[in-house]
Write a protein that binds this ligand. Structure first.
Ligand code: PGA
Length: 255
């Protein structure tokens, strides 16, 4: 790994109440106190952000949101703005997640607006890309990833790019128990890094590209050993503090 600090990010999705979140953080905070070699990020639902921020304090665990609106305020019933996230201590926001793209019809244009707004509000994007199963089967994976990345790469500058984490999340592997194979992951991460490097030749080696899609205790070791994988975005296996902590350890031991 080219001196890139690995990342393990939890995506709790629409899970956990405040008391469940409290319990998780209380246990995890004690366990990972001495592991700054790995960036650990908890991406929690909106109602938990304020409380999680107050118990995470200035420890080693960073706080992320799972979505946001691009406007700073206004008549957008049910939406949450980057200013609100910022006021809850949020450092990261997942944007372009496949559940947002496919269940809530978020377009590349809408995702780009969110990214630009997050950057303006000094919230760092965890930018997700990934193909659907029919796209992979018909050999269109690269075309889809190129489309998902191109608008972004044409719009941001080098300073902004350095604030990103990219996540490769094949849609067919998310929440299905079926992870991409090490060779699929290696080829696809290389492709994503090449896309970035075409526009930003100096930066792409510094950027972290993490894998997401049914990461668990059984596959984390073989996946973190894959060239070009800088960590994980973990959904299901991040809900239990024991398995999440073990995944962090597996990533740490790979260093
Ligand atoms: P999963 O979710 O680990 O449950 O597949 C990953 C994600 O959606 O980020």
């Amino acid at each position: 790994m080219a001196n890139r600090i690995p990342v393990v990010a939890a995506n709790w999705k629409m899970n956990k109440t405040i008391s469940e979140g409290n319990l998780f953080v209380e246990i995890l905070n004690n366990k990972i106190l001495y592991k700054p070699e790995v960036d650990v990020i908890l991406c929690v639902s909106y109602p938990l952000l304020f409380q999680m921020n107050s118990i995470l304090g200035s420890g080693n665990i960073q706080l992320g949101a799972q979505n946001m609106h691009w406007e700073l305020s206004g008549p957008f019933t049910g939406e949450v703005s980057p200013l609100m996230l910022k006021s809850c201590g949020v450092q990261w926001v997942i944007l372009g997640h496949s559940e947002r793209r496919h269940l809530f019809q978020e377009t590349d244009e809408a995702i780009l607006k969110k990214v630009l707004s997050a950057l303006k509000s000094e919230i760092k994007p965890i930018f997700c890309v990934g193909e659907k199963i029919d796209e992979r089967k018909s050999g269109r994976t690269e075309e889809v990833l190129e489309r998902q990345l191109s608008g972004l790469l044409e719009t941001i500058n080098e300073v902004e790019l350095n604030r990103f984490i990219f996540a490769y999340e094949p849609v067919w592997a998310i929440g299905t128990g079926e992870n991409a194979t090490p060779s699929q992951v290696e080829i696809t991460h290389r492709f994503i890094r090449e896309q970035i490097s075409r526009r930003f030749p100096k930066c792409s080696e510094k950027l972290r590209i993490i894998y997401g899609g049914s990461v668990n205790l059984d596959n984390a070791k073989e996946l973190i050993e894959v060239e070009g994988v800088d960590g994980f975005l973990v959904g299901g296996a991040s809900l239990e503090v024991e398995s999440f902590e073990k995944i962090i350890n597996i990533v740490k031991e790979n260093e």
